[in-house]
Design a protein around this ligand. Structure first.
Ligand code: ZN
Length: 496
């Protein structure tokens, strides 16, 4: 890195030394003071406040949040860069879920959908007959062909790594997947999993996930869309019931269930705005700042709170981008800046998948994507950059710019371990830069990493460190500035 960094400083020195020939050359951007903690604080308390009800994709709440972002972008001085001269780019999502009229009855007792039992994969099925209780997955006493089987859910192999986010959810999801697959091979006709203590501990979140169903892009090539891998399998009803129903299931002589799935379209929306560059030629190219405005909406209450506010995830970057916009408008760079606040990130990166295939500017004019997701938590001196080391890195030149900006300005101790291919969280694939990288555009991902309030109603603005948020915002801004001012666009790495 040393040599490349020297080249970078040499390239930049002409620009920054004008009038300051006594000063050591730096690549620092000119409007750092336009990024104000007071603005960030005001904005994040608004956007992550309860009034927006968690901004769930496909709901009115997401639409209101998108309108809020567009208005703030306009107030910051950005021009519209969405469809038809607006700040918006709408796209459809297909949602598949278990219909509310689905029912299940066990030994004459009627169970309540999404309270007593959950359908783990939407399916159309009528089940009627005796239940065969299995003492364990190893129970091979009976021929299971065509039978409705029930058993207590067992630990998946391997267990999710210690300390992973959403641990009980991951535990249950892999257990259901593995054990359903094994039972499918034995020819069962339906499966009832009884929750164990671990599943029960996370049941509010796990159950909410099953209740929501799944979302897919509509009208994208299969290689770039989020598709419903589960639905592609043959339909086997797989039901999860509360642990309290264990005895009822064991003793049940009969089971009756009518499961129905429903599919419908929702709109979601990207908010897109730009600030023109100053260089006659380079202004036709864009530095793309990326984040997502949606979050998880309303869920089963945890304690008294049912709103997943998503302050860190990802109101933090949404308001950070507004601050960068104010700085950029005050002192534009040579290249133009494009700001894309994606919708439906939490439903599977649907907004960024859409924009990467349907960009509102020429795809070849996007020189780099600087994505941020969760930048307002944890120690003020630490941060992570993803897309920074192989195999995820696609532009060393871009990574060097980010590391230079950090060295000269923010001086974070930068964690690269989350970028390692063996890291259990697989974070590189979990935010909006990924579809751009897949489309061959240099892309990096800024984050202040996980915390215990991740994807819970406690991800609220009062737990955000505003100084940390400001510092991360300045890092993204300073990196974008280097991209904007450097004559050569960041090169893609040679394919290995
Ligand atoms: Zn998230």
């Amino acid at each position: 890195m040393g040599l490349q960094k020297l080249c970078m400083v040499a390239l930049l020195s002409g620009m920054v030394l004008q009038g300051f020939s006594q000063v050591k050359p730096t690549g620092l951007p000119p409007a750092l003071s336009a990024i104000k903690e007071a603005d960030l604080k005001r904005d994040i308390f608004e956007l992550a406040g309860d009034a927006f009800r968690g901004r769930r994709a496909g709901t009115e709440d997401e639409m209101r949040a998108a309108a809020w972002v567009a208005q703030k972008a306009q107030e910051a001085g950005l021009k519209p860069a969405g469809d038809d001269g607006t700040y918006f780019q709408f796209f459809n999502m297909r949602r598949t879920r278990t219909a509310d009229r689905s029912m299940m009855q066990i030994g004459g007792q009627r169970l309540v959908l999404d309270k007593d039992f959950w359908v783990t994969q939407p399916v159309d099925a009528h089940i009627e007959g005796a239940v065969t209780w299995l003492s364990s997955m190893a129970d091979t006493a009976v021929n299971l062909q065509g039978k409705v089987v029930a058993l207590k859910i067992e630990a998946p192999k391997p267990l999710p790594a210690n300390g992973m986010s959403l641990w009980e959810y991951r535990y249950t999801a892999s257990a259901v997947r593995q054990q359903a697959m094994a039972l499918r091979r034995k020819g069962v006709s339906a499966i009832i999993f009884v929750a164990n203590d671990i599943t029960e501990k996370g049941i509010a979140f796990i159950g909410h996930n099953y209740e929501d169903g799944s979302y897919q892009n509509v009208g994208l090539p299969a290689t770039t869309a989020r598709t419903n891998a589960g639905a592609a399998r043959t339909a086997l009803p797989v039901i999860l019931v509360r642990s309290a129903l264990e005895n009822a299931v064991k003793q049940a002589s009969t089971l009756k269930a009518d499961l129905m799935m429903e599919t419908y379209l929702y709109p979601s929306v990207n908010v897109i705005a730009k600030a023109s560059g100053t260089d006659g030629t380079l202004k036709n190219e864009y530095v793309l700042f990326s984040g997502h405005h949606d979050h998880d909406g309303i869920g089963n209450p945890v304690g008294q709170d049912s709103i997943w506010n998503g302050a860190d995830d990802n109101a933090s970057v949404t308001v950070g981008m507004l601050a960068i916009a104010r700085a950029w408008v005050a002192k534009p760079g040579k290249r133009s800046a494009l700001f894309v606040w994606h919708g439906a990130e939490e439903r599977g990166l649907l907004g960024s998948r859409w924009f990467a295939v349907h960009p509102t500017v020429n795809k070849s004019s996007i020189v780099a994507v600087l994505n941020g997701d969760m930048i307002g938590r944890n120690n003020i001196d630490s941060a992570a950059l993803l897309g920074a080391i192989p195999p995820h890195r696609n532009s060393l030149a871009l990574v060097n710019m980010a590391m230079q900006a950090n060295q000269e300005l923010t001086k974070f101790k930068v964690d690269h371990s989350w970028d390692e291919a063996t890291h259990p969280e697989n974070w590189y694939f979990r935010s909006d830069h990924a579809p751009y990288a897949q489309a061959g555009i240099p892309a990096i991902f800024f984050t202040s990493l996980l915390h215990p309030d991740y994807h819970t109603p406690k991800d609220e603005p009062q737990f955000i460190s505003i100084p940390k948020l400001a510092k991360m915002t300045r890092w993204m801004y300073a990196t974008g500035w280097l991209v904007s001012q450097t004559a050569a666009r960041p090169a893609l790495d040679a394919k290995p």
